[in-house]
Design a protein around this ligand. Structure first.
Ligand code: COI
Length: 372
């Protein structure tokens, strides 16, 4: 097992510093150090090491390059207004990484021990955690197979590492509502597939569809599934829709975890917050299948209230418009999503975002916010 008491720290000789918040581009700059733990079949996990941030040296035959033995996490460290550091639901991320890892024959680990190592790493990188609201230290735990042979089989060696990047808004355009192109031409995930795991291999195939959408002026794809046009995810995020449903009831809905949906930590948090606060105001909170046709009908009947993406990187990402080809035998049309006058979000997205931030930055104490 990973033994935190054996953690070795080798400090950098050339310390850097945090850039001005306004200059931060998502995932562009990194902190002084990285965390690494090696695994070998038979021997298990080596002592965790924090070293200066540095290039990896890997044999060109290493299985990660050929067969995609790679999975990762996205999580964040926040600075509270009193200056303390917090991780947001880190065990959720480590639990998910262990599930992703198991799916591609990478080694098991104790999620709690990994959280402890990450916490020690974040403490060392303290000065890189921004103060400003909307800013945080994005952490990228990654697990790769490192066996340097071309036979296709379970890797006999692996590397877990964590790098960290101070970040602000995910999109280069800043905190702005985005427009989407709904697509059935490309399929992100399917039953029995691996779209519900955070594998590196799930992300590369999304770039060409995104480039195609970008040519027509859309920031992201809305991923549909099947002839029915089930609404699944948006870009790399889970998706929430708020509407007055066909029974005339206010409903906030997201696709269910049926094996085609990534089990987002933000998704889970938003569901919990919606159940806590919105149900008191007459909302129902649903995890169920729904279609793009139902969204279009709701828009036509003035029942579509809001839609937004939800993920660790952007937290909440409001949508303004979806272009849809109309499905089988249908015609191209736009689904317009209301925003508040002069704002880049609807009222529910805005409130949920605030509830999330209050907990992430520790204004409201919850068991989600873990002290570093
Ligand atoms: C997220 O946090 O929403 C993501 O999955 C984005 C990440 C792959 C950069």
């Amino acid at each position: 097992e990973v033994d935190v008491s054996k953690l070795v720290i080798q400090r950098t000789q050339t310390p850097g510093q945090l850039k001005k918040e306004e200059e931060l581009v998502f995932g562009r700059t990194f902190t002084d150090h990285m965390l690494a733990i090696e695994w070998t079949a038979g021997k298990g996990w080596s002592a965790p090491r924090i070293t200066p941030y540095q290039a990896l040296s890997l044999d060109p035959a290493t299985c990660v390059f050929h067969y995609g033995f790679s999975c990762f996490e996205g999580m964040k460290a926040y600075r509270t207004s009193s200056g303390e550091l917090r991780l947001f639901r880190p065990e959720k991320n480590m639990d998910r990484l262990s599930t992703s890892s198991a799916r591609i024959a990478l080694p098991p680990f104790d999620p709690k021990a990994m959280v402890e190592c990450i916490s020690r790493f974040v403490a060392l990188e303290e000065k890189f955690v921004p103060k400003k609201r909307g800013y945080s230290l994005y952490l990228r735990p990654t697990m790769i197979g490192t066996q340097p042979t071309l036979g296709v089989g379970p890797p006999g060696s692996a590397l877990f590492f964590v790098i960290a990047s101070p970040v602000g808004p995910y999109y280069p355009s800043g905190f702005k509502a985005v427009s989407l192109e709904a697509t059935s031409k490309f399929v992100r995930a399917w039953p029995g597939g691996t779209g519900d795991k955070k594998l590196g291999g799930n992300y590369a195939p999304c770039i060409v569809p995104q480039q195609e959408a970008a040519k027509r002026g859309f920031q992201q794809n809305l991923w549909l599934f099947g002839e029915e046009g089930y609404v699944t995810e948006v870009g790399t995020m889970n998706l929430f829709t708020c509407w007055i449903n066909k029974d005339g009831v206010k409903e906030i809905v997201t696709a269910p975890l049926d094996g085609t949906i990534l089990e987002g930590v933000t998704r889970d948090s938003i569901l919990a917050l919606a159940r806590e606060f919105l149900t008191k105001e007459g909302w129902i909170v649903s995890e169920r299948k729904y279609t793009i046709k139902e969204m279009a009908e709701a828009a036509d009947e003035g029942r579509l209230l809001e839609a937004f993406g939800a993920g660790t990187a952007a937290v909440v990402s409001p949508l303004r418009r979806i272009a849809w080809d109309g499905g089988v035998g249908g015609t191209q049309r736009d689904i317009n999503i209301p925003l508040q006058k002069g704002k880049e979000a609807g009222p529910i997205a805005e409130r949920i975002w605030k509830w999330m931030e209050e907990r992430q930055y520790g204004d409201v104490e919850t068991s989600w916010s873990v002290h570093v």
